[in-house]
Design a protein around this ligand. Structure first.
Ligand code: FES
Length: 175
């Protein structure tokens, strides 16, 4: 009986030791992903946009779209001088904007309607507001229209330096 009690005691000690090792292991496994995330996060989010000269302010006519492309030649878009200060607008009057003209729903080319400053899709009729950062205002796209981040230098040259939404059909805006 005494031998039996000793075996039970040894069993308890081994159980407790095993529990301590398991707890230490869990603490390590919880800590490691956090460290790994800290190191990995910047790489996943990093997109280096080119700074591309698209036009000069003098090239723009009020409320007429000027065809451009950004961030590469396979990404059509337009520049617009809307005539009133708007969200994301650049230039001295805050009224110059740029957008992709590929519909974020299924990639149809959009048409600009100067009457109400909207982009209209002939595919499934989504509409996007150029005065409100490309916000969808009608139908079935689940994303807004990608808008350019614009910079205008002292000579009036207009540069695109980023996009605020993912371009249709891409896993990354910059290929
Ligand atoms: Fe534009 Fe479907 S492709 S709404």
């Amino acid at each position: 009986m005494d031998r039996c009690n000793k075996l039970v005691d040894v069993g308890r000690r081994q159980f407790l030791r095993g529990g301590a090792v398991a707890a230490a292991g869990m603490a390590t496994s919880v800590a490691l992903p956090a460290q790994a995330q800290t190191k990995a996060a910047p790489g996943l989010a990093l997109v280096e946009y080119p700074s591309n000269k698209l036009a000069n302010v003098a090239d723009l006519k009020a409320n007429e779209s000027l065809d451009v492309s950004y961030p590469d030649e396979n990404a059509p878009g337009v520049l617009l001088k809307l005539g009133t200060k708007v969200e994301g607008g650049a230039g001295p009057d805050g009224d110059i904007v740029g957008f992709s003209t590929t519909c974020p729903h299924k990639g149809f080319p959009l048409n600009y309607n100067a009457d109400d400053h909207s982009f209209n899709c002939p595919g499934h009729y989504s509409r996007f507001d150029a005065e409100a950062g490309g916000q969808e205002i009608w139908w079935q796209s689940t994303a807004d229209l990608p808008q350019y981040a614009l910079r205008i230098d002292t000579k009036g040259d207009i540069y695109a330096e980023g996009l605020d939404e993912l371009l249709y059909g891409r896993l990354s805006n910059v290929l």
